[in-house]
Design a protein around this ligand. Structure first.
Ligand SMILES: NC(=O)c1ccc[n+]([C@@H]2O[C@H](COP(=O)([O-])OP(=O)(O)OC[C@H]3O[C@@H](n4cnc5c(N)ncnc54)[C@H](O)[C@@H]3O)[C@@H](O)[C@H]2O)c1
Length: 331
């Protein structure tokens, strides 16, 4: 299979490209390698994928630019799309909303148009646990309403699901939306808590902890996420009128991919401190605008339909991340 992967220089996209190549698929990667965080990490991820071998082609371009996208791909054939590129991050969406509108709304619409024009067999795309907003029914299920986002980031991800639903209806493009729950692991993202905490603990600085530590997250290890994305890619929803996960009667399924464990932030901090072998000083901060206090994934649908089974607890995954972090930075 030849797969177009967007966000291929990103944390999840690079890991997916590597996995697909390892099993013999061909991959066309797209990323604009923007500087939301250090682009060097993105270049290093692409180098890692290239070094791993296999049929990998990389285009540095902005998928919000429809002309650039269609020109670059004109001569390329591909069977499926995994659209992981996006402006990520909840907090930054209060600072730079335009980046989210461009990459997540215009970009998603462009990828749908591409899927339509090229008649792909399946488009898998990234959504987010943040679409559940401040829902207090736990764990979050794909059958729950998700109409009250508390950040623009979440609103764009929910809007992407709606755009996809309309294309599944109008053009019968099989699609799977994946609501990821706090992904972490080697080659992760510098804007996320695990990275920031590790960096500060190793530097002997206090770590900022919001809402007095009364925060819980369903942390999902990168290998588990990739297993879920690949299982989704291999199982496009049928256009048979039956209701899919998430409620659509079109060829459009929506799944949570989480670990099905809601861990208190203070437990995460303990584990990072232990893995770093350092004392941890905490700088208690109030709750941040746009944040939610708790995420917890109901993964029944993806377990049932795709055989997804997360296997990495934070006790195992956090030391792996810290080990990678220290090796990458030589600290
Ligand atoms: N990591 C998580 O915990 C998490 C949780 C929920 C959802 N997600 C979603 O999963 C997807 C992948 O996330 P990630 O953690 O790998 O983030 P990431 O920021 O590491 O990767 C996204 C990549 O997309 C690229 N990109 C952004 N806008 C682009 C554009 N207009 N054109 C081309 N490339 C563009 C970026 O340069 C980046 O390399 C995103 O859609 C994100 O919103 C991630």
């Amino acid at each position: 299979m030849r797969v177009l992967v967007t966000g291929a220089a990103g944390f999840i996209g690079a890991a997916l490209a590597e996995r697909l190549l390892a099993r013999g698929d061909s991959v066309i990667g797209i990323d604009n390698c923007n500087d939301y965080y250090d682009p060097q990490l993105k270049f290093d991820r692409v180098n890692r994928v290239e070094r791993a071998g296999g049929d990998f082609l990389f285009y540095r371009l902005d998928f919000a630019d429809m002309g650039a996208l269609t020109d670059a791909l004109e001569a390329e054939a591909f069977d499926a799309i995994v659209h992981l590129g996006a402006q990520a991050g909840v907090r930054y969406s209060l600072e730079n909303p335009a980046a989210y509108v461009q990459s997540n709304l215009v970009g998603h619409a462009n990828m749908l148009e591409l899927a339509r024009a090229r008649e792909v067999a399946h488009m898998v795309y990234a959504s987010s646990s943040s679409v559940y907003g401040g829902n207090d029914k736990l764990p979050f299920s794909v059958d729950d309403r998700a109409d009250h986002p508390v950040s623009l980031y979440a609103a764009t991800k929910r809007a992407d699901e709606m755009l996809s639903e309309s294309y599944a209806h109008l053009f019968r493009i099989p699609q799977t939306g994946l609501r990821f729950f706090t992904v972490y692991g080697p080659w992760g993202r510098p804007d996320m808590a695990m990275w920031i905490f590790t960096q500060k603990i190793l530097a002997g600085e206090p770590i900022p902890v919001f809402n007095k530590g009364e925060m819980w997250r369903d942390f999902t290890y990168i290998d588990d996420i990739i297993a879920g994305v690949v299982a989704a890619l291999d199982n496009p929803p049928a256009d048979d009128g039956t209701h899919k996960a998430g409620g659509s009667a079109k060829p459009h399924a929506i799944y949570n991919i989480g670990n099905h464990r809601s861990e208190k932030l203070t437990r995460l901090i303990e584990l990072i401190g232990e893995a770093c072998g350092r004392e941890v000083a905490i700088d208690w901060q109030p709750m941040q605008k746009g944040d939610v206090t708790r995420t917890y994934a109901d993964i029944d649908a993806i377990q049932r339909n795709l055989g997804y089974q997360p296997s990495t607890s934070i006790d195992v995954g956090v030391p792996r991340f810290v080990e990678w972090y220290r090796g990458y930075h030589g600290v």
